[in-house]
Ligand binder design. Structure first.
Ligand code: DMJ
Length: 666
């Protein structure tokens, strides 16, 4: 019988000859041996260059690693190919599978791709469009360097003008060029030393994140803290927009990191030219991070460069609003002015994206006197207000051509979240005059609580998601953890018959989000957590087990601390600081984690810009005095950029009457 594998047995006169006595190989055998050796060599070389364990430890490998470093210096992309990029049509290369994020790839890109795949599956198989999932895959280089432990880095802030604190009078803020504008007081001089120490630790974390970004990725959008290079592929296209600079600037300012703030401000003044970018940007992300960040800096400092740059960025987004209904498309190319939807969303815009422009655009109109921005968002609000609401809620998808809802999927997590957040905040920021926003919030929230708020067998409250009026999955997103803070704020400001209920819900949701942290080995929370059977507040699928340096849980700790003064919120925040230091801090910055349930989790090698904008800011404010950004004078946009309350905060800085102009001046 002829075997499948080649026979190496030789026969002489019908007698088998022991192979050991052979002196030479047949040609076929030689080929086989050479290919085995070659394969082994390639795998061995690959391991030397890419596996973290080989990079860091043994002396045998030190010399190899030195060679690696020398080659790497010749050009970082030589050994490590650049992250996955979209092609001209916005598609991704083959080989990117559902639920996977490719090595070094931004989770947002993976998310986008998976949404696309979900959409294709839906089109082909009439499946229900699932909310996208992504799975972070560890980078080739995931070893953590030993990093300096934080010390009490708090510097006494300069006395004098405290631009962001409650005691400021309209005449006090110093404008352009004044040293005083950089002085911010976070703690009173007789502050508890323990609180002072904690505040100092968070400030040192910000320095570590910023300094490493500066060292390895200055001017690029984000940092890859493990491989110590720029993170190029992100929601901001492929340009160099300095997303981390713009997103992090107001945090630097509030922490009194003056030199860092100044260098960031100089970069913005000299290098931020969004209009020249020939690449697609997310309208939503650009608004919340760039417009929001610049407006905060303008409000805090009065430095007109920030206002001018906010105008430049907002103007670059305006072509996306040219639709029959005024509901904007998702993506815009500032240079060509072409805009389009995400492939995965079909013809639809996303509720959380079109509903999260209101604060920034109206404020921009007020400080420039140009009405064009206000008109854009008023049109969106009217469209959403006038359309019929299934089950009293707003579906996540709406078609800007027809003004009709797409799929009836509702959520307080991804795709829905900040739309609801902005209804409440628009009312607050308007000095409680935006009655339309308040009415829409007042109508939607009872429906949301009625339909989405669930209680687990052990009594944990959580927010599930709905499709076609039914609960879809007993699962809550990390993104939904902002809702504790939102309901807390609603309770103390709206003062209606639901106030008590809102506060109860706020406490319970914040407790559940903390549980999702407490139940993981790292004490950091997963991207989504489930409630099914014996499992409560724990992720089950691998793509839910990631921690992306997200801020939402800490946002709720901060708001709830301010509102209740319950010490547990500060304690929970400190637990988080320690967990971040233990698991996310690497020599080159801070990394997200691939699995929060591992004792020694691998990093995802991305330092998200919102880590500087939101995560560290909320943790810092948690330990700062209430007088630093008092909640009745400031409203945080969804990226944690503080914006002043109209007619209440002297730093609102509205345009003088003489500056008022019409839309044509844009
Ligand atoms: C931030 O960019 C914003 O908070 C946004 O509203 C949702 N998610 C990220 C952070 O997780």
């Amino acid at each position: 019988m002829t075997g499948i594998l080649p026979s190496y047995q030789r026969f002489v006169n019908g007698v088998p000859v022991p192979s050991i006595s052979r002196r030479s190989f047949r040609l076929r055998e030689k080929y086989l041996i050479v290919s085995v050796l070659l394969t082994f060599g390639i795998v061995w070389l690959g391991a030397l260059f890419y596996l973290p364990e080989f990079k860091s430890s043994t002396s045998v490998n030190d010399s190899v690693y030195n060679v690696y470093k020398r080659i790497q210096k010749a050009g970082p992309e030589l050994l490590m190919p650049p992250p996955l990029a979209q092609n001209e049509l916005g598609d991704f290369p083959a080989g990117a599978h559902h639920g996977e994020s490719l090595d070094g790839e931004d989770p947002h890109v993976a998310e986008d791709r998976n949404r696309l795949r979900a959409k294709i599956e839906e089109d082909m198989g009439m499946k229900v469009l699932e909310r996208p999932q992504f799975e972070a895959v560890p980078s080739a280089s995931s070893s953590k360097g030993t990093s300096k432990r934080p010390v009490d880095a708090l510097e006494e802030p300069a006395a004098g003008n405290n631009a962001a604190s409650k005691s400021v009078s309209p005449s006090e803020p110093k404008l352009e060029g004044s040293e005083n504008q950089y002085a911010v007081v976070a703690l009173s001089s007789n502050a508890d030393p323990d609180v002072k120490h904690k505040l100092g630790v968070v400030k040192e974390m910000m320095r570590h994140a910023w300094n490493n970004y500066k060292l390895y990725a200055w001017g690029k959008n984000e940092l890859k803290p493990i491989s110590k290079r720029a993170h190029l592929s992100s929601v901001f296209g492929n340009g160099e927009l300095g997303a981390t600079i713009v997103d992090g600037l107001d945090t630097l300012y509030l922490m009194g990191l003056r030199d860092e703030f100044r260098e960031g401000r100089e970069w913005v003044a000299e290098h931020l030219h969004i209009g020249e970018l020939d690449s697609e940007l997310s309208v939503f992300e650009t608004n919340i991070r760039f417009v929001g960040g610049l407006l905060s800096c303008y409000s805090l400092t009065g430095d007109s460069i920030f206002k001018d740059k906010a105008v430049e960025v907002a103007d670059a987004l305006l072509p996306a609003f040219e639709t029959p209904t005024g509901l904007p498309y998702a993506l815009i190319n500032p240079s060509t002015k072409a805009s389009r939807q995400y492939h995965w969303a079909g013809p639809n815009s996303i509720l959380s994206e079109i509903g999260t422009l209101d604060l920034e655009f109206k404020y921009l109109s007020d400080i420039t006197g140009k009405d064009v921005y206000r008109k854009k968002v008023e049109r969106i609000r009217d469209a959403l207000n006038n359309i019929e609401k299934p089950s009293g809620l707003y579906p996540n998808f709406i078609n800007p051509r027809t003004g009709q809802w797409g799929q009836r999927h509702m959520s307080l997590g991804a795709l829905g979240d900040s739309f609801y957040e902005y209804l409440l905040k628009a009312w607050l920021m308007s000095g409680q005059t935006d009655e339309q926003a308040r009415a829409m919030f007042d109508e939607a929230m009872p429906a949301a609580l009625d339909k989405m708020l669930r209680v687990s067998p052990s009594g944990l409250s959580y927010l599930a998601e709905m499709k076609y009026g039914r609960i879809l999955e007993e699962k809550m997103d990390h993104l939904s953890c902002f809702a504790g803070g939102m309901f807390g704020l609603a309770s103390t400001t709206l003062e209606n018959t639901l106030s008590e209920r809102y506060m109860d819900v706020a406490k319970k949701l914040t407790h559940t989000c903390h549980e999702s942290y407490a139940r993981s080995e790292t004490k950091l929370g997963p991207e989504a957590f489930r409630f099914s059977g014996a499992v409560e507040a724990r992720a089950q699928k691998s793509n839910e087990k990631v921690y992306l340096l997200r801020p939402e849980t800490f946002e709720s700790y901060f708001i709830m601390w301010r509102l209740t003064k319950d010490q547990k919120y500060r304690d929970w925040g400190w637990e988080a600081v320690q967990a971040l230091e233990k698991h996310c801090r690497v020599e080159g910055g801070y990394t997200g984690l691939v699995n929060v349930y591992h004792n020694k989790p691998q990093g995802d090698d991305v330092q998200q810009s919102f880590f500087l904008a939101e995560t560290l800011k909320y943790l810092y404010l948690l330990f700062a005095d209430d007088s630093l950004l008092p909640l009745d004078e400031w409203v945080f946009n969804t990226e944690a950029h503080p914006l002043p309350v109209r007619n209440k905060n002297p730093l609102y800085r509205p345009a003088l009457t003489g500056e008022l102009s019409d839309d044509n001046q844009v």
